[in-house]
Design a protein around this ligand. Structure first.
Ligand SMILES: NC(=O)c1ccc[n+]([C@@H]2O[C@H](COP(=O)([O-])OP(=O)(O)OC[C@H]3O[C@@H](n4cnc5c(N)ncnc54)[C@H](OP(=O)(O)O)[C@@H]3O)[C@@H](O)[C@H]2O)c1
Length: 238
Protein backbone atom coordinates (compact mmCIF):
# COMPACT_ATOMS: atom_id res chain seq x y z
CA UNK A 1 0.00 0.00 0.00
CA UNK A 2 1.42 3.49 -0.78
CA UNK A 3 2.50 5.22 2.44
CA UNK A 4 -0.15 7.95 2.01
CA UNK A 5 -2.92 5.32 2.00
CA UNK A 6 -1.95 4.01 5.43
CA UNK A 7 -3.67 5.81 8.29
CA UNK A 8 -1.35 7.57 10.71
CA UNK A 9 -1.74 7.96 14.45
CA UNK A 10 0.27 10.27 16.71
CA UNK A 11 0.15 9.70 20.44
CA UNK A 12 1.88 11.72 23.16
CA UNK A 13 2.77 10.25 26.54
CA UNK A 14 3.24 7.02 24.62
CA UNK A 15 5.32 5.39 27.34
CA UNK A 16 2.38 5.70 29.72
CA UNK A 17 -0.42 3.25 30.35
CA UNK A 18 -3.02 4.60 27.94
CA UNK A 19 -0.47 5.91 25.41
CA UNK A 20 1.25 2.54 25.03
CA UNK A 21 -2.09 0.78 24.67
CA UNK A 22 -3.20 3.26 21.99
CA UNK A 23 0.03 2.66 20.05
CA UNK A 24 -0.48 -1.11 20.19
CA UNK A 25 -4.16 -0.95 19.27
CA UNK A 26 -3.46 1.42 16.37
CA UNK A 27 -0.85 -0.95 14.93
CA UNK A 28 -3.29 -3.86 15.30
CA UNK A 29 -5.72 -1.80 13.23
CA UNK A 30 -3.17 -1.36 10.43
CA UNK A 31 -2.05 2.18 11.24
CA UNK A 32 1.44 3.65 11.35
CA UNK A 33 2.17 5.20 14.71
CA UNK A 34 4.37 8.03 15.88
CA UNK A 35 4.81 7.33 19.59
CA UNK A 36 6.07 10.45 21.37
CA UNK A 37 7.69 9.76 24.72
CA UNK A 38 9.06 12.15 27.34
CA UNK A 39 11.72 9.56 28.11
CA UNK A 40 12.18 6.01 26.86
CA UNK A 41 9.90 3.55 28.65
CA UNK A 42 11.46 1.58 31.51
CA UNK A 43 10.86 -1.54 29.42
CA UNK A 44 11.69 -0.52 25.82
CA UNK A 45 10.05 -3.69 24.46
CA UNK A 46 6.56 -2.25 25.20
CA UNK A 47 6.82 -0.02 22.11
CA UNK A 48 9.26 -2.12 20.12
CA UNK A 49 7.12 -3.52 17.34
CA UNK A 50 6.76 -2.94 13.59
CA UNK A 51 4.68 0.08 12.61
CA UNK A 52 5.66 2.14 15.64
CA UNK A 53 8.18 4.96 15.34
CA UNK A 54 9.28 6.03 18.83
CA UNK A 55 10.57 9.55 19.28
CA UNK A 56 11.52 11.59 22.34
CA UNK A 57 9.27 14.59 22.86
CA UNK A 58 8.78 16.50 26.06
CA UNK A 59 5.59 18.43 25.26
CA UNK A 60 6.36 21.00 27.96
CA UNK A 61 9.37 22.32 26.06
CA UNK A 62 9.11 25.46 23.95
CA UNK A 63 10.60 23.59 20.99
CA UNK A 64 8.26 20.58 21.29
CA UNK A 65 6.39 21.53 18.11
CA UNK A 66 9.57 21.61 16.05
CA UNK A 67 10.57 18.25 17.50
CA UNK A 68 7.21 16.76 16.47
CA UNK A 69 7.50 18.21 12.96
CA UNK A 70 10.94 16.62 12.62
CA UNK A 71 9.72 13.33 14.09
CA UNK A 72 6.85 13.19 11.60
CA UNK A 73 9.27 13.76 8.73
CA UNK A 74 11.66 11.07 10.02
CA UNK A 75 8.84 8.59 10.57
CA UNK A 76 7.59 8.99 7.01
CA UNK A 77 4.05 9.55 8.33
CA UNK A 78 2.62 12.21 6.06
CA UNK A 79 -1.03 12.02 7.09
CA UNK A 80 -2.32 11.96 10.63
CA UNK A 81 -5.78 10.48 10.96
CA UNK A 82 -5.79 10.52 14.74
CA UNK A 83 -3.88 12.62 17.27
CA UNK A 84 -4.22 11.42 20.84
CA UNK A 85 -2.87 13.91 23.38
CA UNK A 86 -2.25 11.54 26.29
CA UNK A 87 0.76 13.17 27.98
CA UNK A 88 -0.17 13.95 31.54
CA UNK A 89 1.10 14.47 35.06
CA UNK A 90 -0.63 14.48 38.41
CA UNK A 91 0.56 16.96 41.01
CA UNK A 92 -1.23 16.62 44.31
CA UNK A 93 -2.21 19.66 46.27
CA UNK A 94 -5.55 19.24 47.85
CA UNK A 95 -5.38 22.30 50.10
CA UNK A 96 -4.93 25.88 48.92
CA UNK A 97 -2.26 26.53 51.54
CA UNK A 98 -0.23 23.54 50.37
CA UNK A 99 -0.70 24.02 46.63
CA UNK A 100 2.44 24.96 44.75
CA UNK A 101 2.04 27.59 42.04
CA UNK A 102 4.88 25.87 40.18
CA UNK A 103 2.86 22.64 40.14
CA UNK A 104 -0.08 24.51 38.62
CA UNK A 105 2.12 26.12 35.95
CA UNK A 106 3.88 22.83 35.15
CA UNK A 107 0.55 21.06 34.84
CA UNK A 108 -0.87 23.75 32.56
CA UNK A 109 2.25 23.50 30.44
CA UNK A 110 1.93 19.73 29.98
CA UNK A 111 -1.83 19.23 29.71
CA UNK A 112 -2.85 22.36 27.83
CA UNK A 113 0.09 24.15 26.21
CA UNK A 114 1.77 20.85 25.39
CA UNK A 115 -1.35 19.61 23.61
CA UNK A 116 -1.52 22.93 21.74
CA UNK A 117 2.12 22.61 20.60
CA UNK A 118 1.59 19.07 19.32
CA UNK A 119 -1.74 19.88 17.62
CA UNK A 120 -0.15 22.83 15.81
CA UNK A 121 2.75 20.69 14.60
CA UNK A 122 0.40 17.94 13.43
CA UNK A 123 -2.13 20.22 11.70
CA UNK A 124 -0.71 20.04 8.15
CA UNK A 125 -0.65 16.23 8.38
CA UNK A 126 -4.12 16.12 9.98
CA UNK A 127 -5.42 18.09 6.99
CA UNK A 128 -4.02 15.41 4.66
CA UNK A 129 -6.24 12.74 6.25
CA UNK A 130 -9.75 12.18 4.92
CA UNK A 131 -11.54 12.30 8.29
CA UNK A 132 -9.12 13.35 11.00
CA UNK A 133 -9.76 13.47 14.73
CA UNK A 134 -7.96 15.05 17.68
CA UNK A 135 -8.65 13.40 21.01
CA UNK A 136 -7.50 15.45 23.98
CA UNK A 137 -7.45 13.16 26.99
CA UNK A 138 -9.05 15.12 29.76
CA UNK A 139 -10.65 14.10 33.03
CA UNK A 140 -14.03 14.26 34.64
CA UNK A 141 -12.18 16.33 37.28
CA UNK A 142 -11.63 19.05 34.66
CA UNK A 143 -15.37 19.70 34.47
CA UNK A 144 -16.30 23.13 35.84
CA UNK A 145 -19.89 21.92 36.13
CA UNK A 146 -18.89 18.92 38.25
CA UNK A 147 -16.43 20.85 40.46
CA UNK A 148 -18.85 23.72 41.08
CA UNK A 149 -21.47 21.18 42.09
CA UNK A 150 -19.09 19.79 44.73
CA UNK A 151 -16.97 17.39 42.67
CA UNK A 152 -16.89 13.61 42.81
CA UNK A 153 -17.96 12.45 46.26
CA UNK A 154 -14.99 11.46 48.41
CA UNK A 155 -12.39 12.88 46.01
CA UNK A 156 -10.52 15.90 47.35
CA UNK A 157 -9.91 18.87 45.12
CA UNK A 158 -6.57 18.80 43.29
CA UNK A 159 -5.79 22.32 42.16
CA UNK A 160 -3.03 21.74 39.60
CA UNK A 161 -4.66 18.80 37.80
CA UNK A 162 -8.15 20.25 37.66
CA UNK A 163 -7.05 23.71 36.56
CA UNK A 164 -4.85 22.19 33.85
CA UNK A 165 -7.60 19.89 32.57
CA UNK A 166 -10.15 22.71 32.54
CA UNK A 167 -7.71 24.82 30.50
CA UNK A 168 -7.14 21.90 28.16
CA UNK A 169 -10.91 21.63 27.75
CA UNK A 170 -10.98 25.23 26.52
CA UNK A 171 -8.20 24.36 24.09
CA UNK A 172 -10.44 21.58 22.77
CA UNK A 173 -13.32 24.02 22.34
CA UNK A 174 -11.10 26.54 20.55
CA UNK A 175 -9.67 23.91 18.20
CA UNK A 176 -13.20 22.73 17.49
CA UNK A 177 -14.36 26.27 16.75
CA UNK A 178 -11.52 26.80 14.30
CA UNK A 179 -11.16 23.38 12.68
CA UNK A 180 -14.51 21.56 12.67
CA UNK A 181 -16.05 20.10 10.62
CA UNK A 182 -12.82 19.39 8.70
CA UNK A 183 -11.16 18.08 11.87
CA UNK A 184 -13.22 16.60 14.68
CA UNK A 185 -11.85 17.67 18.06
CA UNK A 186 -13.07 15.98 21.23
CA UNK A 187 -12.32 16.24 24.93
CA UNK A 188 -12.27 12.65 26.12
CA UNK A 189 -12.45 11.40 29.68
CA UNK A 190 -11.03 7.90 29.10
CA UNK A 191 -12.81 6.39 32.07
CA UNK A 192 -11.11 5.24 35.26
CA UNK A 193 -8.17 3.38 33.79
CA UNK A 194 -5.69 1.18 35.66
CA UNK A 195 -2.40 2.97 34.95
CA UNK A 196 0.34 4.58 37.05
CA UNK A 197 -1.99 7.51 37.82
CA UNK A 198 -5.10 5.39 38.22
CA UNK A 199 -7.79 6.54 40.60
CA UNK A 200 -8.64 4.18 43.46
CA UNK A 201 -11.86 3.15 41.72
CA UNK A 202 -10.22 2.25 38.36
CA UNK A 203 -12.28 -0.33 36.52
CA UNK A 204 -11.01 -0.19 32.93
CA UNK A 205 -7.82 -1.67 31.46
CA UNK A 206 -5.56 0.45 29.26
CA UNK A 207 -6.26 -1.92 26.35
CA UNK A 208 -10.01 -1.42 26.72
CA UNK A 209 -9.56 2.35 27.00
CA UNK A 210 -7.43 2.32 23.83
CA UNK A 211 -10.07 0.35 21.90
CA UNK A 212 -12.70 2.85 22.98
CA UNK A 213 -10.53 5.80 21.98
CA UNK A 214 -9.76 4.52 18.50
CA UNK A 215 -13.39 3.47 17.97
CA UNK A 216 -14.36 7.00 18.94
CA UNK A 217 -11.85 8.54 16.52
CA UNK A 218 -13.14 6.32 13.75
CA UNK A 219 -16.86 6.57 14.37
CA UNK A 220 -17.64 9.84 16.19
CA UNK A 221 -20.04 11.83 14.04
CA UNK A 222 -19.14 15.43 13.24
CA UNK A 223 -21.71 16.65 15.78
CA UNK A 224 -19.60 15.13 18.57
CA UNK A 225 -16.74 17.52 17.79
CA UNK A 226 -16.44 20.16 20.50
CA UNK A 227 -18.01 17.90 23.10
CA UNK A 228 -16.79 16.31 26.34
CA UNK A 229 -17.20 12.56 25.99
CA UNK A 230 -16.60 9.43 28.01
CA UNK A 231 -16.48 6.50 25.59
CA UNK A 232 -18.36 4.82 24.30
CA UNK A 233 -21.11 7.45 24.27
CA UNK A 234 -21.61 9.31 27.55
CA UNK A 235 -21.51 13.11 27.39
CA UNK A 236 -20.17 15.08 30.33
CA UNK A 237 -21.01 18.64 31.27
CA UNK A 238 -18.23 21.17 30.66
N1 LIG B 1 -5.81 6.70 34.12
C1 LIG B 1 -6.97 7.30 34.27
O1 LIG B 1 -7.90 6.77 34.92
C2 LIG B 1 -7.21 8.65 33.66
C3 LIG B 1 -8.44 9.29 33.93
C4 LIG B 1 -8.70 10.53 33.37
C5 LIG B 1 -7.76 11.12 32.54
N2 LIG B 1 -6.58 10.49 32.29
C6 LIG B 1 -5.62 11.17 31.42
O2 LIG B 1 -5.18 10.28 30.43
C7 LIG B 1 -3.85 10.63 30.03
C8 LIG B 1 -2.95 9.39 30.08
O3 LIG B 1 -2.86 8.98 31.43
P1 LIG B 1 -2.34 7.54 31.90
O4 LIG B 1 -3.36 7.03 32.81
O5 LIG B 1 -1.88 6.75 30.73
O6 LIG B 1 -1.09 7.99 32.80
P2 LIG B 1 0.44 7.56 32.75
O7 LIG B 1 0.56 6.09 32.66
O8 LIG B 1 1.09 8.25 33.90
O9 LIG B 1 0.94 8.20 31.39
C9 LIG B 1 1.16 9.57 31.23
C10 LIG B 1 2.36 9.73 30.32
O10 LIG B 1 2.55 11.13 30.07
C11 LIG B 1 3.93 11.34 30.02
N3 LIG B 1 4.33 12.71 30.25
C12 LIG B 1 4.35 13.40 31.41
N4 LIG B 1 4.85 14.63 31.21
C13 LIG B 1 5.16 14.70 29.89
C14 LIG B 1 5.76 15.69 29.08
N5 LIG B 1 6.13 16.86 29.59
N6 LIG B 1 5.94 15.42 27.78
C15 LIG B 1 5.58 14.24 27.25
N7 LIG B 1 5.03 13.24 27.97
C16 LIG B 1 4.83 13.49 29.28
C17 LIG B 1 4.49 10.45 31.12
O11 LIG B 1 5.86 10.27 30.85
P3 LIG B 1 6.87 9.67 31.93
O12 LIG B 1 6.53 8.21 31.95
O13 LIG B 1 8.20 9.96 31.35
O14 LIG B 1 6.58 10.34 33.22
C18 LIG B 1 3.67 9.20 30.95
O15 LIG B 1 4.30 8.30 30.07
C19 LIG B 1 -3.40 11.75 30.97
O16 LIG B 1 -3.56 12.99 30.35
C20 LIG B 1 -4.36 11.63 32.13
O17 LIG B 1 -4.55 12.85 32.80
C21 LIG B 1 -6.28 9.27 32.84
Amino acid sequence: MPADDIPGVVVTGAAGGIGTAVAREAVDRGCRVLALVRQPPADPSVLDFPGVHVCPSDVSRQDAGDAVTRALARSGISRVDVLVNAAGIVRHGTRLAATSADDVLESLNVHCVGALRVARACLPALLRAPRPAVLNLTSRHGSLALASAGGVQGVEVSYAYRIAKAAQNMLTACLHQELAPRVRVLAVHPGRVSTAIAPADADRSPAEAARHLLDLAENAPQEWSGRFVEPPSTFLEW
